[in-house]
Every structure is written in C-alpha cells, then in structure tokens.
Design a protein around this ligand. Structure first.
Ligand code: ADP
Ligand code: ADP
Length: 242
C-alpha cells in the first residue's frame, strides 16, 4: 500500500494580470511507497511547490485527494476531539523542509523551542527529556547543542537548514518532503546537507519526496522520478530501483 497517494489534485489562483484564474495544478497524481525516494523535477513555475504545500496541508486543493498512511482528511467532517488528535498524530509523520531554511522557524522562537514543537503528540516527553532529545538531534545534524538558544537569523543558511532537518526528524517522520532543500545554499554547503539526507535515508526507513532543479543531484538521490510541466505530472523519468 502506498504511504502517500495524491489523486487528481487541481488548484487555481487568481491571476493578477488577466483578472481571471491561473491553473497552478491540473489533475496531478503521484504515489510514494514506504521507504521510497521519489524525485520531482520541472521548470520554475510549473507547480512543484504548490503540490508540496498541498501534500503537507499548508494549503488546500480545489479538487482531488491526498491520502497519507491510509488516512484522508475531509475538511467538512465533524470529528471527535480524540479522532482529531489521532489524525494529527498520523500527519505529524509527514514533515517538510523548505528552500529557505528560515521558513521552518518562527523568528521569535529559539531553535530549540522550534525543534521541540515536533514532540507535540509524542508520549513520554517531559521538559527535561525533551531538552535532552533536542541536544541529541542538534548533534546528529552536526550543530553544537548550545545552538538551541539561538534564533535562526543568527545562523548561517547551511546551519539553519541543518536545524530545520532536526526539526523535521524529531517526529520520526515516515515521509520527508524536500522542496529545493539546497538551492539557497552554496555548493559546498549543499553537498554537506545532501550527505546528511543520505545518512538519514540509510539509518531510517524514511521515504522522500524530493523536489529539485538539479538533475545530477536527483538521479544520485532518487530511486524513481517524475517530470512536471504546467501543473501536470508527466513522464516517469527514472524507474529503476537502486
Ligand atoms: P514551482 O515550485 O514549480 O516553481 P509554484 O508551485 O511555486 O511553482 O508556482 C506555480 C504557479 O502558481 C506560479 O505561476 C506561481 O506564480 C503561482 N502561484 C503560486 N502560489 C501562488 C499564490 N499564493 N497566489 C497566486 N499565484 C501563486
Ligand atoms: P503558526 O504559528 O503560524 O500557525 P505553524 O505552527 O504552522 O505556524 O508553523 C510554525 C513554523 O513552522 C512556520 O514557520 C512554518 O513554516 C514551519 N512549519 C510548519 N509546518 C512544518 C513542517 N511540516 N516542517 C517544517 N516546518 C514546518
């Protein structure tokens, strides 16, 4: 069974130029199996980020469905508090890192508090053990534990992206959506972040939806990939398993 299933998703935005509508996504479908690393590549403006944001529930689709771990969210459903809590817990298993690392952190919050937000809905963490977990994760992504008290704007881009990865993986996600995770970083920093993501892949069974412009990077990292054009997911680009 697919871990993530996107079926026929469409999305229009108001078009400021024509006063009409602009179709950012039209009937886009994509599946990710558990532990799989699926790439998505396409020209700027073709709808990749829109699709990522819809999958991560940062935005709503006009049409179509997104199912994760067998659960679909229906906005109009009246749910009990307990059911909502369980649903949130499932969806916490999907995390995202953005092109701009600062997008993962509120500027008013310390890195440590930001990372700790990922522990909400996880059992067995009091203040002290949560703090310890944050230190462990900072070290795992190659940052000193003392960075917990810093704000993201005090960090370099590469450091902040490391912290964003720590924020995403504290919830032990089953799926990590990476939207151009290294394109705002310089080349050496980019390579280090990719090493970190590769390590994560090796050590856990995290599945990836990996969005990038960088074809060599994608063929190195992904086991399957799709091209996207004008709001539609087109050809399957890589289909061999590594
Ligand atoms: P990509 O990630 O492939 O570069 P995006 O998903 O960011 O593409 O954007 C797809 C199209 O939708 C672009 O033409 C963009 O201008 C438009 N778009 C994205 N977000 C919005 C928004 N919030 N309001 C209006 N138009 C948007
Ligand atoms: P708000 O307090 O505005 O409702 P959120 O709790 O949604 O903000 O998110 C707080 C910050 O975390 C935001 O800056 C947002 O971009 C970032 N964020 C939200 N969801 C994720 C995610 N799945 N992975 C990483 N960062 C996220």
């Amino acid at each position: 069974e697919a871990l993530l299933s996107v079926q026929g998703v469409s999305k229009t935005y108001p078009d400021p130029h024509s006063k009409g509508e602009f179709q950012a996504l039209s009937n886009a479908s994509i599946d990710v199996m558990p532990g799989e690393c699926v790439g998505l590549i396409g020209p700027s403006g073709c709808g990749k980020s829109t699709l990522a944001r819809i999958i991560a529930r940062l935005e709503k689709a006009d049409q179509g469905s997104v199912t994760f771990c067998g659960q679909t969210v229906a906005a109009d459903k009246k749910l009990s508090l307990e059911a909502k809590r369980n649903l949130r817990k499932t969806w916490l298993g999907m995390q995202m890192i953005f092109q701009n690392p600062e997008a993962s952190f509120s500027p008013s919050m310390s890195i440590g508090d930001g990372i700790r937000e990922g522990l909400v809905y996880q059992e067995g963490y009091d203040r002290k053990s949560a703090k310890k977990r944050v230190s462990e994760l900072l070290e795992a992504v190659g940052l000193p534990a003392s960075y917990a008290s810093k704000r993201c704007f005090e960090l370099s881009g590469g450091e902040c992206q490391r912290a964003a990865i720590a924020r995403a993986i504290i919830a032990s996600p089953r799926l990590l959506i990476c939207d151009e995770p290294t394109s705002a970083l310089d080349v050496t920093v980019q390579a280090r972040i990719m090493e970190l993501l590769k390590e994560l892949r090796k050590e856990t069974n995290t599945a990836f939806l990996f969005i990038t412009h960088n074809m060599p990077l994608m063929s190195e990292f992904c086991t399957r990939a799709y091209t996207m054009r004008a709001g539609t997911i087109e050809a399957e680009l890589i289909s061999d398993s590594k």
